[in-house]
Ligand binder design. Sequence first.
Ligand code: ADP
Length: 648
Amino acid sequence: MAKSKKKFKTEVQELLNLVIHSLYSNTDIFIRELVSNGSDAIDKLRFESLTKSELIDNVSSLKIKIIPDKASNTITVSDNGIGMTREEVETNLGTIAHSGTRAFLDQLKENVTDSPDLIGQFGVGFYASFMVADKVKVISRKAGQSSAVKWESSGDGSYTIDDTEKECNGTDVILSLRDDKKDYLEEWTIKRVIKQYSDFVEYPVTMDVSREETPGDKEGNEIKDTEKVTVIEEETLNSMKAIWMRPKKDVKDAEYNEFYKHISHDYTDPLSKIHYFAEGAIEFRALLYLPSKAPFDLFTRDERKGIHLYVKRVFIMDDCKELMPEYLRFVKGVVESNDLPLNVSREILQEDALIKKIQKSLVTKILSTLKEMKDKKLEDYLTFYKEFGPVFKEGMHFDFANKEKIQELIMYESSKTNSGELIPLKDYLNRMQTDQKEIYYISGENRESAENSPHLEIFKKNDIEVLFLTDPIDEWVTQSLTEYDGKKLKAIDRGDIELDFLKDKEKSEKSAKADDKKYKNLIKHIKSKLEDRVKDVKVSSRLTDSASCLVNDEFGMSAHMEKIMKSMNQDSPPSKRVLEINPKHPVAKIILTLFKNDTKNKKLNDYIELLYDQALITEGTPIKDPLKFNKLISELMVFEGKKLTEKK
Ligand code: ADP
């Protein structure tokens, strides 16, 4: 195929601009990124060779070589891994596969000055080369193919791609260094960077190192007064020690962190790590990490690097979903087992009893680590919960066996916490009123809407704490979290509220009965008018300040949930709710008087409509006929206004 010049996708160019204008101050990491890519490519080749042994001649020749060249001002990172076809080069280096890139870039542009390391949430990977180079060339040959491809770009909007030749499979990334980055041609700089960032890479990272040597005689003794000669030797710069195989006490925090960045392609240090060897009935080694930041596309990402599975020191895959339940999909790390077959496939993994046992052990370990974090390092736990809580809570639904442990880790804001402050269910229980039988909660879009809900009025008045469920997933979670420590969870915008543990219960019961009687006929009338929209009309015992509100029956979908479903384009039939009217409210009293005086009064219907619309507005549901609503309000304003101006 002929040479062609192509434009980068807009996203790539925007990302490149951000990289070039060095968002990230530590430029050393470009070497780490390229070495990681090389090591991933060798992993892939080794994996393929399990079924196609002809792909690798000699396992010990697998390596990543760094080639600095002062004459041409270039540094090359070369690997003999899987390589890329022309199509792969184009998709991998000309576009960004991650979904949600657009949103990320917008966020990044807005926050560039405040938080330059935001880019850490998005592994720029290969593009990091442009932090130090004004031109990047990639030459790649896919294993098992004879043709090679050359990709070249200056990061200025376009790249060229052409056929070329290459002696063996693998990829060479050749960077023409910017004038101020020539330091990366120095032997000691390269050695330092590799030691710091890529020491644990499992393949040799090598470099030709020159040494002045005095020639020796046959016995190896130096020959005096002879000229020194330059000897070039290929030196391995990394120790290649698999970090998860080393005893915990021998691994430094910095090493753990670097390894995390290597496997996760994250730029930020992890929040916590779990490193253990399981011995006994099942044997395996695990090094797991809890990231400190959720990727911006936590919910939408289709491809991710999660748990790397190794069998007998051979890399098998970098996202072994079978080892981690979905609700812990943010956990990264490595698991190595010697009891699995090397040719293990996805199908085998899904059915494998050993894998299931390992998964169980990993989950137990993660949950106990989180519990310990919550008890001893609450601040860290809150960081975790803020970032991953929405995903973690899915566990309530899917991990029945660990439900009890998970519910101890769930936290909510409440009507008695400050904004942003979270409490576990246990604390709620400890603060409950004497004889209170249920745990009360309300769901809403955010704290403000929960706080302003008319349903909260009676609870506020009686100083009863109500949990605020403001995460879109919360209401769904309550389907599994129906009870905690023998106390039922009760939505305060649903069904009847029985606050019979309150002291002045008798008094309020008497008054409720009297109200029921007083309003009986009006309620019937309202019901007939709103028949098509409400399920029932009742005198309310939960309102103190508002005139009306809408209430679900015990199992109905809340207004909040309905909104979520709509936003997900999931049409659910609009549910009919119960309209409750506050008998003590002046508006209700006026309507009652109007009704008693003349049941045919035209204004009566208008007021009933307004009462209903007000209830819709407070729960955040759009009203059917805003024009009519406005007209009625205007009329009332004119009426009221006239009275005010006449007085003057
Ligand atoms: P990431 O490594 O995070 O996926 P990169 O931008 O670094 O992102 O690389 C994009 C893709 O390009 C990789 O996923 C891989 O498929 C391919 N790639 C990059 N470098 C190499 C390499 N040295 N050998 C083979 N494929 C590579």
